[in-house]
Design a protein around this ligand. Structure first.
Ligand code: ACO
Length: 310
């Protein structure tokens, strides 16, 4: 081990943060770029399924809340792209990887939002699963990522509550509304569990990411936390649990759960979910439409710099 490597590992072991100008192994940098940029892409692509309901929200209050939530997700994407850029890669390169299909984003956003209940289910389950993961990432070893997570978690927790509250209103409403809530829960529950990634035994990056403290808890441990916290929430809603095998295990102190459909998971992350093509095509179209804005900013900055140089 070189002295640089030793110093890096000493910091990791002492829970000191690694900062952009610090020496880091190339594989650490690459792994972070991969995870952080996929995280950023997820925030940005995640605006689409919910954005789909802004014009159809059932009241002005719900519409205002949804608008600001979707806007927050854009903000999260921007913090995360900026944090990733500190690792020496440009935003343009990251976006090109998303648009070519080289970089992944969270599988959950390839499912369609068919009803208003789905907007509630996304806030509650999808943002809820994201928080469970992101709370642990607040302690990640890379400084800019860790600090970004602290701010993002505060906003996500508002997102989760607004989703739960929207679903609670449906669950306590008319029989048709309650059925809508149940249907959304049924469709989003399993894909939310898939957000935590493959089982630890199948996870390609976990071992190294845990050693380097990029990840602080494993995919299965985080998923178990989410499963456990969701059971009483479903009870309060008065809905049926979508997993018929869910059962409290006194010995483990956790719920035992049924198995995820891993064929579906791999099919979705490999580009064959309901909405994969649509999501990326929409991103490309929106990005193209924004070309004039980026050109204008570049021209303005060039003018300003030329004036400064005079
Ligand atoms: N959706 C899409 N791809 C996934 C998912 C998922 N739910 N889970 C795993 N994968 C991909 C990984 O990105 C990796 O692909 P790659 O090698 O092409 O990059 C592959 O499957 C193997 O999985 P792992 O080795 O377990 O990958 P990793 O160690 O990165 O763990 C995890 C996956 C848990 C998602 C991790 O990357 C992470 O914590 N990311 C940050 C959080 C995040 O991205 N959240 C996004 C949703 S939150 C939101 O936007 C509201």
């Amino acid at each position: 081990m070189t002295s640089q490597e030793e110093n890096f590992m000493r910091k990791i072991e002492a829970d000191e943060k690694i900062e952009p100008k610090d020496w880091m192994p190339e594989a650490y940098r690459k792994n972070l770029i991969r995870q952080m940029s996929q995280h950023a892409h997820s925030e940005v692509i995640g605006m689409q399924p919910e954005g789909n309901w802004i014009t159809r929200a059932p009241s002005l209050r719900r519409k205002a809340v949804l608008l600001s939530k979707v806007q927050d997700e854009a903000g999260h994407g921007l913090y995360l792209y900026s944090a990733t850029e500190t690792l020496g890669i440009s935003r343009a390169e990251l976006i090109a990887a998303l648009q070519s299909g080289e970089a992944k984003y969270a599988s959950i956003f390839n499912y369609p939002t068919l009803t208003w209940g789905d907007v509630g289910a996304i806030g509650w389950l999808v943002d809820g699963a994201a928080i469970v993961n992101q709370v642990s990432l607040q302690r990640t070893s890379y400084g800019p990522y860790s600090r970004g997570m602290i701010r993002i978690c505060k906003e996500e927790s508002f997102h989760q509550r607004q989703g739960y509250e929207a679903l609670l209103a449906l669950a306590k409403g008319s029989p048709e509304q309650k059925q809508m809530a149940q249907d959304s829960l049924n469709r989003f529950y399993w894909p939310a569990l898939m957000m935590f990634g493959p089982h630890d035994s199948e996870s390609a990056h976990s071992a190294k990411s845990m050693e380097w403290k990029i990840k602080r808890e494993t995919n299965d441990d985080l998923r178990q936390k989410f499963i456990d916290q969701t059971v009483p929430q479903i009870e309060v809603l008065g809905l049926e649990h979508p997993d018929k095998e869910i059962k409290w295990n006194e010995e483990r102190g956790h719920y035992d759960a049924g198995e995820i459909d891993w064929d579906e998971f791999y099919s979705v992350i490999n580009g064959n979910g309901h909405c994969n093509r649509q999501r990326v095509e929409h991103h490309i179209a929106a990005h193209d439409e924004g070309t004039w804005v980026r050109d204008a900013i570049t021209a303005y900055n060039e003018k300003k710099n030329a004036k400064k140089a005079q």
